[in-house]
Structures are given as structure tokens and as C-alpha cells.
Design a protein around this ligand. Structure first.
Ligand code: FES
Length: 610
């Protein structure tokens, strides 16, 4: 007897799926391609996978009773990682799509892609010219050319159907496809940045180097945790889980490709190559390599080198014979996305020492010049991405993204929605402003309300309140709902920013440079694009440089992938970079703990104000 099933539909997108009774809502969402934020990986610990469900669901679990208020329950809120499906259910997922950084700094490279097309008008066979078709094609392509078995299989038919006027498609010296007629103008590839949270694809015309279309999606692996450690743990608990993570990321990539095809009107078969960068865990999962060793001392990757694999062997929905090129990784938590950042910013070949910072759950930091290049990764924790903070949330609709304080607190939310919580940029702004006004001291302690009332406007001191989560500062109130920052939240931020600034300090120490020796600080990724540099400096997340030396470089990892797509020379450079970068393992440094503890303090006012 087949198991009973139920229909689950996710709104606002209206995505539906049929699942076996007993399936968790989070799993159903993953199968339907709907995104539900699951920072704790479904342990019931974070309470961030809240959805409003209407239908037949399991009884409340202890975790749900703990995380949801009576009011929440009356309104139909459930935790997607806890509630299982019993019958047909409609689910409202509260947040819209994430803010994703699609653009990056411009970087011109030489146009010499790995794929090329050659149009040929071959001589037709005659009684005098009895060469085989493959031989005829190879002779026309020139010395060293090879013809793959796949191309040979098509060749007889294509040549005769097209009167021997064909386009050969080559990867290096190998012709892997022949197309009837002259198709040289249709030559495309896609560069992917595979993030733990988001996946961004950019389609380029390989004849001109121009960008044709860009699309993004949330990584379908999210149901198995927000950070790489949760994903690695999931992969380690069974071969089927590793397969599930690989399937989920390729499903996401193929969804992005489908969007790109719709936007551009280009045929799937005309996309001949896919180039990918990602952190080391994503690079492993993309290729179906078990990432277990990344979570176990002494923390080494299974695969560091660049990899080329046929598209159909990885389920990439491009021309099935085209190659997928994955850039090399540097170390356990410094992946090919950092190689991409280096390529895009050219930190590796300038005379001046520069610092590049890419902050997500992990912060990757690169410091150096053409003489010497160092990199490290710091476990900043997910505070900047909204997890672990009482009202933290990702950068989606309703997240407070900017905070400034005049006589009272002013906030700006994403999509101008009702404030639901606070994302990384809002959190950094809020703390910077609270420091400026003395609501927080240098140690991160929230000022007592009595003291605040003596020194600050009434409206501000009234915002210091006791809540069920402890002493807090209220940022916004809508109806009965408040969004506040607790003392504990400030401590979490201090841990996160301490990890990043300690990483920077150790790289500086290792390279033997001071602040004055660093010409520029390049802020990459969403952090660099959305976070106010002055606020980052005020809380000591980045060193106290003049603001003119803090430069946002957008999605630099994606720019690196684009460079590699457009030029085999750039791929050679990527491989050299990965081999050349000296990885500094922070956990093995005896001075890390002291520097980290010191870095958790906020800078004194003179430094903050620059
Ligand atoms: S509580 Fe469900 S993912 Fe954390």
C-alpha cells in the first residue's frame, strides 16, 4: 500500500507539492522550491522558521510551545521544522525575497574563453576524396584538433543535412559538437557564485564578453541549516543526505538558468559552459564530494584544485556536453569565492598593500600585495545575517536596514514594510548610533535607564525597557509588536565583530604592516554593499581608516567567476592565486584569544568619529 500523501501549497508564490503524510513543512518547502529560513538547521532552537499554516498538521511540539506565544498560535503560526503534514495545508511564508547583490566592480580581462566556434564549409566526399567525415572535419580544424565520440555520432547526419556547412564547437582542441549552418553568433556561458544563502548566475556572450542576463535564487539547501557547519553535519549523517544537498544546489542552479533563458530567449543548447565559485563547502557539495573533513581537525578540504566536469554528469541544465569549471579553493574555509574576490580586486598584483573583507556567516579576509598575500577565515557566526539576534532576520521585506537617532530613533525597512525585525546593516547602524549617544559604553554595556534619563531626551530613555528577554533598547513599535535589541544581542554582535577584527589584526601582524601601510579596504558582498561604512568603522568592525579608503566592491566573487568564464588565462591566474595565497589558521595562533577578547571592545570615541 503506498503511503498517504497530502498537498502543501506555499504562498505568496503559490508553489505546490505533494508529500507523504508525516513530512515536515520545511522539507515540503524545499521540495516545492519555496524558501524558509532555517538558521538552526531544523533543531527547533532559533524560532526563525515561522510560517502561518492553515490545514491538517501535527500537534505542537515542545520547541513550538517554547518559541511561539499564545497570540502567535491563535494566528496560526507554526515552526516549519517542527510541524508535520497530516492533510492538505496552505502555508504563508512571511518574508519576501532576499536582497541579493548582483553587481560588482568592473574588471576588464582579455577575451579568450574556453569555448570557441569555427564555421566550416567542408569539401563534400567524392570518388577521389574518400576521407572519413571525422578526418575531413579534423583536417579543416587544423593540427592538433580532436573530435569527440559524441560529435562523431552526430557528424554524418549534420554534415549531410546542412550541405557540409557546419559550425564546430570546441573546448580547447576538442570538438564536442557540430551544428548545422553558421551558429557562431550564438555562444554563451554562465558564471555562478554559489553562496550558502544565495546563488547568483550571470550569462555572458562569449563572443563579446557582454552581460546578457542575470538572475538569482535562494540556495535550496537552506532547509538543512543556514551555515556551512549545519550543512556539513547533515551531509555527514548519511550518503543520501550528501546526495540531497548536491541535488538541492543543482536544482537551485537550474532554476536560475531557467530564469536566465526566459529573460534572454537564448536556447539552452547554446549555453556551452558554466563556471562556478563558492566557499569550500559549497564547492564540495556542488561536485558531490563529502565535506566531512572540513568539520574535523585538522580541517583540510578533500579537493582544493580546479575541476572540470561534463555538464550532464553534474545535472547542469546547459548544453549537456559543455564543461562545468569549478575554480580552486584555498583552504578549509577559504574557498574559490575568495579566489574570485582576489581576481576581481587584483589585490594579488598591486604594489600597495590592500585589505579585502567578505563578510557573511564566515568572514574571509585577504591582505597583501603582489609580494605576499595572506588569507584567513573567521567564524563570525550568523549575527550579521540576522540569526541569534532576538529580532534578527535576513535582509528581506520588513527588516530594519538603517537606523539613525536624532531626538528619537528613526528606522528604514526593506521595501518600506512594517518593521518585523532587524538585518545586519540595521544592527550595525543601531549599535553605532547607540555608542555615539552613550546608550552603550565601550565595553558594550547598555546604560541604566536612570542615567539615560538624566543625559538624553525623554523619548530615548523611554526606549530602555525590561522585556521577557531582558533589558533592551526598543527600535520600533507597531501595535503590540516591538523590535528591540537586548544586552545579549549586543554581546552577540561584539563576538561577531571581534572575530572579524581579530582576523584583520592577526593578518596585519603576520604581514608586519600597520594601518598606515594599508592603501585601501575593499568591502565585498552584501556586507560591503548594504552596510554603512561609517557605522562599520564606528563599531570597530573595520579598522579606523578614513572613509575615503573604505571601498565597496559589490559581488566581487561573481566578478571573479565572470573573468574565469571569459578567459582561460584568468583560470590559470586563479589557479596560481589559490596556490600562492598563504592561509593563516587563526585557531592555531597562540595570540588569537587575547586579540579576539581585545577586539570585542568598541573603539573609543576619538577613533569612532575618525
Ligand atoms: S527553529 Fe526551525 S529552523 Fe530553527
Amino acid at each position: 500500500m503506498s503511503p498517504a500523501t497530502a498537498h502543501v501549497t506555499f504562498f505568496p508564490e503559490g508553489k505546490s507539492v505533494e508529500v507523504a503524510v508525516g513530512t515536515h513543512l520545511s522539507r515540503a518547502a524545499a521540495l516545492a522550491g519555496a524558501f524558509i529560513d532555517s538558521p538552526c538547521g531544523g533543531r527547533g532552537a532559533c524560532g526563525k522558521c515561522r510560517v502561518q499554516a492553515n490545514g491538517a498538521l501535527s500537534e505542537l511540539t515542545a520547541a513550538e510551545r517554547n518559541k511561539l506565544t499564545m497570540e502567535d498560535l491563535d494566528e496560526g503560526w507554526r515552526l516549519a521544522c517542527q510541524a508535520t503534514v497530516i492533510g492538505d495545508t496552505k502555508v504563508k511564508v512571511p518574508f519576501g525575497s532576499l536582497q541579493i547583490v548582483l553587481s560588482g566592480i568592473q574588471q576588464q580581462g582579455k577575451l579568450a574563453p574556453g569555448i570557441r566556434k569555427v564555421f566550416l564549409k567542408l569539401p563534400e566526399p567524392t570518388v577521389e576524396d574518400q576521407r572519413a567525415d571525422v578526418e575531413r572535419l579534423r583536417a579543416a580544424l587544423g593540427a592538433g584538433a580532436r573530435v569527440s565520440l559524441d560529435a562523431a555520432r552526430d557528424l554524418g547526419h549534420v554534415l549531410r543535412a546542412a550541405d557540409f556547412a557546419v559550425t564546430a564547437v570546441l573546448a580547447g582542441d576538442e570538438c564536442f559538437a557540430v551544428e548545422p549552418g553558421d551558429t557562431r553568433t550564438a555562444l554563451y556561458g554562465i558564471a555562478f557564485d554559489i553562496g550558502t544563502t544565495t546563488v547568483v548566475g550571470v550569462m555572458l556572450d562569449l563572443n563579446t564578453g557582454e552581460q546578457v542576463a542575470v538572475a538569482s535564487a535562494l540556495n535550496g539547501q537552506a532547509a538543512h541549516g543556514a551555515d556551512v557547519i549545519s550543512r556539513i553535519n547533515f551531509a555527514m549523517s548519511g550518503p543520501e543526505n550528501l546526495a540531497e544537498l548536491q541535488r538541492a544546489v543543482w536544482e537551485t542552479i537550474n532554476g536560475v538558468i531557467a530564469q536566465i533563458l526566459r529573460q534572454s530567449g537564448v536556447l539552452r543548447e547554446r549555453i556551452y559552459e558554466l563556471v562556478a565559485v563558492g566557499n569550500t563547502t559549497m564547492s564540495h557539495l556542488l561536485l558531490g564530494i563529502n565535506p566531512a573533513s572540513l568539520a574535523l581537525a585538522p580541517y583540510v578540504p578533500v579537493n582544493g584544485e580546479a575541476r572540470v566536469e561534463r555538464a550532464d554528469r553534474l545535472s547542469a541544465a546547459i548544453n549537456p556536453r559543455g564543461p562545468v569549471y569549478a575554480l580552486p579553493n584555498i583552504a578549509c574555509f577559504v574557498g574559490s569565492d575568495t579566489v574570485g574576490v582576489i581576481m576581481a580586486t587584483r589585490v594579488h598584483d598591486g604594489d600597495r598593500v590592500r585589505l579585502a573583507i567578505d563578510i557573511g556567516t564566515n568572514g574571509e579576509i585577504v591582505l597583501g600585495s603582489r609580494r605576499r598575500l595572506l588569507a584567513c577565515s573567521t567564524a563570525a557566526g550568523p549575527a550579521f545575517e540576522g540569526a541569534e539576534i532576538t529580532f534578527g532576520m535576513r535582509a528581506t521585506d520588513g527588516a530594519i536596514e538603517k537606523v539613525w537617532i536624532e531626538d528619537d530613533v528613526k528606522v528604514q525597512t526593506i521595501s518600506k514594510g512594517r518593521p518585523r525585525g532587524i538585518c545586519g546593516s540595521g544592527l550595525i547602524d543601531a549599535v553605532a548610533e547607540m555608542l555615539r549617544l552613550g546608550l552603550l559604553d565601550q565595553s558594550g554595556r547598555l546604560i541604566a535607564q536612570d542615567d539615560a534619563c538624566q543625559a538624553l531626551p525623554r523619548a530615548l530613555c523611554d526606549r530602555l525597557v525590561q522585556t521577557e528577554r531582558g533589558y533592551a533598547f526598543v527600535l520600533a513599535t507597531v501595535g503590540k509588536q516591538q523590535v528591540y535589541l537586548t544586552q545579549q544581542d549586543v554581546r552577540k554582535l561584539q563576538l561577531a565583530k571581534g572575530a572579524i577584527s581579530a582576523g584583520i589584526a592577526i593578518l596585519m601582524k603576520e604581514l608586519g604592516v600597520g594601518y598606515d601601510d594599508i592603501a585601501e579596504v575593499l568591502l565585498a558582498g552584501a556586507f560591503g554593499s548594504y552596510v554603512n561604512p561609517a557605522s562599520s568603522r564606528a563599531i570597530g568592525l573595520v579598522p579606523a581608516f578614513p572613509l575615503s579608503r573604505l571601498i565597496s566592491v559589490g559581488n566581487a566573487a561573481s566578478v571573479g567567476a565572470r573573468l574565469a568564464l571569459l578567459s582561460t588565462e584568468a583560470r590559470g591566474e586563479a589557479e596560481e592565486i589559490a596556490a600562492r595565497v598563504e592561509h593563516v589558521e587563526l585557531s592555531s595562533r597562540p595570540d588569537f584569544q587575547d586579540i579576539f577578547v581585545e577586539s570585542m571592545f568598541f573603539p573609543p570615541p576619538a577613533v569612532r568619529l575618525g
